[in-house]
Design a protein around this ligand. Structure first.
Ligand code: FAD
Ligand code: 2HG
Ligand code: ZN
Length: 483
């Protein structure tokens, strides 16, 4: 792709405007003005170091008014922009492709209000997810989203990607939990839709348009979200299983026997756990190797009841040979350390080189077949092997089994066109044949831009373009991405 000539280049005059508006500290410049010293590299490169651009200007507004003034100016001057939160996105959506101005929400980090009766939490988009959750924990509540990047991702970024995470199974998606949004359109209009109401049927629900839009329509500046009470009793069990069919059986049993207290059912294959062991040096929770592992979490209001249910469940799945081995965390520290075997996979893979990531929804019966088929395909093409002469190091599968969401990760020594061509578009065809989705939770960004047609029909893509043109007629919002 080529830089679009309709966009202006950042000049000293533009920089002067932004510095006057935000102050020198909040307008980080590199190479446009003589006083340039700031290192913009972290804003130009994504978490995987796979995607990136060459912005020379990063803006860090502190409030909604400033965002409005920035966007209005950019729109009038045809300056393209990229909204950026914690920059933990995995599809290249949060970084410029060329020289788009980065608008980072790090300084918009105020918690605006919390109602201890309703559980409604209202905060700026740049609040870090873990900060929000700790604030809520002190008040007996829980942020209804949790994911491995919680220490750096922003709640605005979470909403913009419609992140799913580890407990969607229990608490539902952001499309349901977000009650209201405040957002700024490219022309500077502030959309105040920051409702605190659970129910509100008064016409189009504008906030839904921004949830999962990946910064292509406007910038989210505030969110209002309904938070559940923090469970008094949380238990985590970790199992080794002999086959994927056994995992499916365990899932059915967990739903049946743990029903209302089940808060996570996560899948990890043997290879993914081996990689976490190698990267952390920690001893695996169970003796011996199993081809599959799963992590089950329960969250309830009465510890005694939950333990009784869990024990009956454990006895059943062990007795029936559904699971081969298992361990139940005895305290908070053990809960955290079991979770790390699941949450730490992405990080463990990141130490190996590059990773081709496929975040897909597939009907459960065939969920893991994709990993097997992908491995077979890469083996047949002579691309996988243990020594350095093979480009592919590992093909692993893990994910949110409870939501039919698989993460297929192909770990390579270096990003490699031959490997990419062997996987794409084959993988998308495989998914489309099963009426799955090519992105369950990470979004499309630049990584999946060309492939939207595998999950959305022509009419839907056309409607998306119409909406995009209506709200962003100059196309300045996150260009070169999926739309
Ligand atoms: P960024 O990466 O900064 O941005 C993501 C996208 O949203 C970009 O397109 C950006 O332009 C846009 N955007 C950001 N802020 C705004 C805003 N205020 N207004 C409008 N647009 C905006 N995702 C899951 O769904 N589930 C997981 O379990 C999960 N686990 C992860 C674990 C790790 C270790 C990592 C690195 C990532 C994981 N992710 C997961 C990916 C991911 O989408 C998130 O980490 C998170 O939702 C991104 O938030 P962020 O603030 O970092 O957004
Ligand atoms: C997870 O569930 C995240 O751990 C990241 O969504 C998945 O790295 C990935 O592919
Ligand atoms: Zn995930």
């Amino acid at each position: 792709i080529k830089r679009e000539s309709k966009f202006a280049e950042v000049t000293e005059e533009h920089v002067k405007f932004f510095k006057e508006l935000l102050g020198s500290d909040s307008a980080l410049v590199d190479g446009v003005t003589a006083d340039a010293t700031d290192d913009l590299a972290p804003f130009n490169s994504d978490w995987m170091r796979k995607y990136g651009g060459q912005t020379r200007l990063v803006l860090k507004p502190e409030n909604t008014q400033e965002v409005s003034k920035i966007l209005k100016y950019c729109n009038e001057h045809k300056l393209a922009v990229v909204p950026q939160g914690g920059n933990t996105g995995l599809v290249g959506g949060s970084v410029p492709v060329f020289d788009e101005i980065v608008i980072n929400t790090a300084r918009m980090n105020n918690i605006r209000s919390f109602d201890e009766e309703s559980g409604v939490f209202v905060a700026d988009a740049g609040v870090i997810l873990e900060v929000a959750d700790s604030y809520l924990a002190e008040r007996g509540y829980l942020f209804p989203l949790d994911l491995g990047a919680k220490g750096s991702c922003h709640i605005g970024g979470n909403v913009a990607t419609n992140a799913g995470g580890l407990r969607l199974l229990r608490y539902g998606s952001l499309h349901g939990n977000v009650l209201g949004l405040e957002a700024v359109l490219p022309d500077g209009t502030i959309v105040d839709s920051l409702s605190k109401l659970r129910k509100n049927n008064t016409g189009y629900d504008f906030k839904q348009l921004f949830i999962g839009a990946e910064g292509t329509i406007g910038i989210i500046t505030g969110i209002s979200i309904i938070c559940p009470p923090r469970a008094k009793a949380v238990n985590v069990a970790y199992f080794g299983l002999e086959s994927f069919d056994h995992v499916r059986k365990a899932f059915r049993e967990a739903k049946g026997q743990l029903s209302e207290i089940l808060s996570a059912f996560e899948l990890m294959d043997g290879r993914s756990q081996g990689l976490v062991r190698e990267s952390t040096g920690n001893k695996q929770p169970l003796e011996g190797d199993h081809p599959f592992y799963c992590l089950i979490e329960t969250s309830g209001s009465n510890a005694e009841h939950d333990i009784a249910k869990l024990e009956a469940f454990l006895e059943h799945v062990l007795g029936e040979g559904i699971v081969a081995d298992g361990v139940l965390a005895q305290d908070e520290t053990q809960i955290q350390s079991l979770w790390r075997w699941r949450e730490g996979i992405t990080e463990a893979l990141s130490h190996l080189g590059g990773t081709y990531k496929y975040d897909v929804s597939i009907p459960l019966p065939e969920l893991y077949q994709l990993v097997e088929d992908c491995k077979a395909r890469l083996t047949e093409k002579g691309l996988v092997g243990d020594d350095d002469s093979y480009p592919v190091r590992a093909v692993v599968g893990y994910g949110h089994m409870g939501d039919s969401n698989l993460h297929l990760n192909v770990s390579v020594r270096q990003y490699n066109k031959e490997v990419e061509k062997a996987i794409e578009p084959w993988v998308y065809e495989w998914i489309a044949k099963r009426n799955g989705s090519i992105s369950a939770e990470h979004g499309l960004g630049v990584a999946k831009k060309e492939f939207i047609g595998y999950s959305q029909n022509e009419t839907n893509v056309k409607l998306m373009k119409q909406l995009k043109n209506l709200y962003d007629p100059n196309g300045i919002m996150n260009p070169y991405k999926y739309i």
